[in-house]
Write a protein that binds this ligand. Sequence first.
Ligand SMILES: *Cc1c(COP(=O)(O)O)cnc(C)c1O
Length: 355
Amino acid sequence: MTKPFSLTTLLRDNIKRLVPYSSARDEFNGEASVLLDANENAFGSPYSRNYNRYPDPKQHRVKNRLHQIKGVPAENIFLGNGSDEAIDILYRAFCEPGVDNVILVPPTYGMYEVSANINNVQCKKVPLTPDYQLNLDGIAEAIDARTKMIFICSPNNPTGNSINRQDIETILVNFDGIVVIDEAYINYAKQLSFTKDLAEFSNLVVLQTLSKAWGLAGLRLGIAFASTDIIAVFNKIKPPYNINQATQDIVLEALERVDVVNEWIKETVFEREKLISALIDIQQVHHVTPSEANFVLVKLNAPSELYAYLVDRGIIVRDRSKVELCAGCLRLTVGMPDENKIILNAIHSFYKESN
Ligand SMILES: *Cc1c(COP(=O)(O)O)cnc(C)c1O
C-alpha cells in the first residue's frame, strides 16, 4: 500500500478545475478611505458596534494570533464555521460522490459519517480493538484504490482515550490518502499534538476547535492545520466570508486569555480524575475508560434506566449503550465540582432505589 502521496491525484477533477469566487475584499485589502466596492451600507449598523463591512475572508489577525499560541505558521491554518465545516470541505475536495470511500474507526465522532452520507461517499468501517486502539491489519485490508481519507479522533470521542501515536504514524507513512487527526480534546491530553509533525507528513490534516477547552462553542470556530497546498484547497472551496466579523472580534479578545483557559484545563483534569475514582468505587460500575478528554465513558448496570432516572432529575448525559463496543456505557462530561457531586449522588441514589 506504500505509494507516494500526490495531492493532484487525490483531488476531484471539478475541484482541480474550479475557479474560486473572488470577493471584493479578496481583490483589495489594503488601507482605503472610500469603500464603494462591495455594496455595503455606509451609514453603519443599527447596533453599538459596526458590522456594516464584510469581514476579512482569510481572517489574518486571528490566524496570526493562533500562530503565536499554537506555533504553527498562519499559512498552514484554515478556519471553519466549526470543525464541521472543515470536515465537509474535506469530503467535497477529495471524494467523488458514489465512487470514492473513506475509512472510519468506530466508535468515534458521528459527524464523519453524517458528512460522508451528505456527500454520498461510502464509509468503510474498521472498528477499534476492544481496548479502543486502531486495528492496523483491518485498516490495511480495507484500503482500496478509491480510499481517499482516514479519520482518526484522538483523544477519541466517545471513549476518551488517546490513540497510540506509533499506530497513527504507521498510517501516515503507509497510506497515500489524507489522514485526518481530530484533536478536539487535545488540551486535556498528555499526548503531543500532531501539529508538530506537519512538515514531516504532507498527507496530514489536524483538526482542532475553540468549542471545548476554549469555551467558545457558541461562536463556531474550527481549525484545520495542514500543508500550504492543502490549505489552498480549503480556501478555494470555502464560502468567501465563512467566519463572521463578530466571531473574529470576540475570538481575538478571547485568545488573549490563554492563562485562564490553562487554569480551567488543569481544574477539569483534576475533577475528571476525582470523578473517575468516585465512579470506580460504585459497585454497579464495571469499567471507566482512562480518559484524556473532558468526559468519561462508564460501563455500568442498567445504563438506559439510569439515563432516564437522571433525565427525570434534570441531569443530561449521553447514552452510548447502543453504540458498537460501548454496550452498557454512558458518557459523562466533566462539569463544575458541584455538578460532579450532584451526578455522583444521583447515581448512588439510583442504584440504592433499584435494589
Ligand atoms: C465537539 C467535537 C468537535 C467540535 O466540533 P465544532 O464544529 O468545532 O464545534 C469536533 N470533533 C469532535 C470529535 C468533537 O467531539
